[in-house]
Ligand binder design. Sequence first.
Ligand code: GDP
Ligand code: MG
Length: 163
Amino acid sequence: MLPLVALVGRPNVGKSTLFNALTRTRDALVHDEPGVTRDRNYGICRLTPERPFVLVDTGGIGGEEEGLAGATARQSRAAAEEADLVLFVVDGREGPSSLDDELMQWLRRHSRPTLLVVNKTDGIDARQAIAEFSRYGFDDASAVSSAHRTGIDDLLDDVLARL
Ligand code: GDP
Ligand code: MG
């Protein structure tokens, strides 16, 4: 069975864009409107041909507990709980938000192996962007631009090192 990697993060940080960059598909629905991804979306990353892994794009863990949003949150939590590795995706332009803090608390409680992925670092100082998230206590983090496909190779190295 292929290892399972889950993309977790608040809406609009670029999870689906990263999913597409890693699976080289346009399967994941990318949209400016927060919360557009409503279900789990699976794909296979074959950018590391000798060690492919399954990637799941989640619709967000935080937020409402009722209706469609609640169902999405439950799906996302289930995906993160069963994953071999969680990629905690954050927005390097906006810096940490209270929703990121909540997600971080949830991730700590569930203690799945987790990598911090600071996205949207195109055109900004990547090291500074990573430093903004130092309070989350990650030893190292990957700075990427999913839209421009930069930092992806280093991210894949980090992923494979933990699978
Ligand atoms: P999701 O809600 O976390 O799945 O986020 P999406 O993948 O739908 O992206 C939300 C918005 O951020 C879209 O307008 C994307 O084009 C934009 N976006 C995603 N990745 C990047 C990036 O690396 N750089 C920049 N500048 N914008 C990005
Ligand atoms: Mg999405």
